[in-house]
Write a new protein. Sequence first.
Length: 145
Amino acid sequence: MGHTIVDVVIIGSKGEHGLRGMLVDTGATYSVLSEEVLKDIGASRLPAKVPVELGDGRIIQADAYAAVLSLEGRQAPVIAITFEDAKPVIGVQSLESLGLKVNPVTGKLEETRPKGIAYFYAAFCVSCEERNDEAISKKEELKHG
């Protein structure tokens, strides 16, 4: 499998910026973008720096911003971080917000849910509890023969 490369649009209060050839990094929690791009689009800076562990084990302090990411016809709010000498990547938090995942065999992005903001808890929590109760009952039946 090779790298997963995508084209995205990052959107803030002042506008948007297209980014071509972004690497999807499934080892990165947050997306990493340049401070210049984040400020240029008017991304909202979060009030405190956040500790980030880099691939080489170093822990650094990064600035974090809130923005909207558009990818493959989907849009979602994301947290993007920036720090000195940062290499731009799309992290898994962004993919999860967009309802996407990387297929490890093909290296392509796949849907994990329909398009739209994911706020299913209230609508589905009752049916999830019912399914969980059913599974526990079946397990107990099998256990006691």
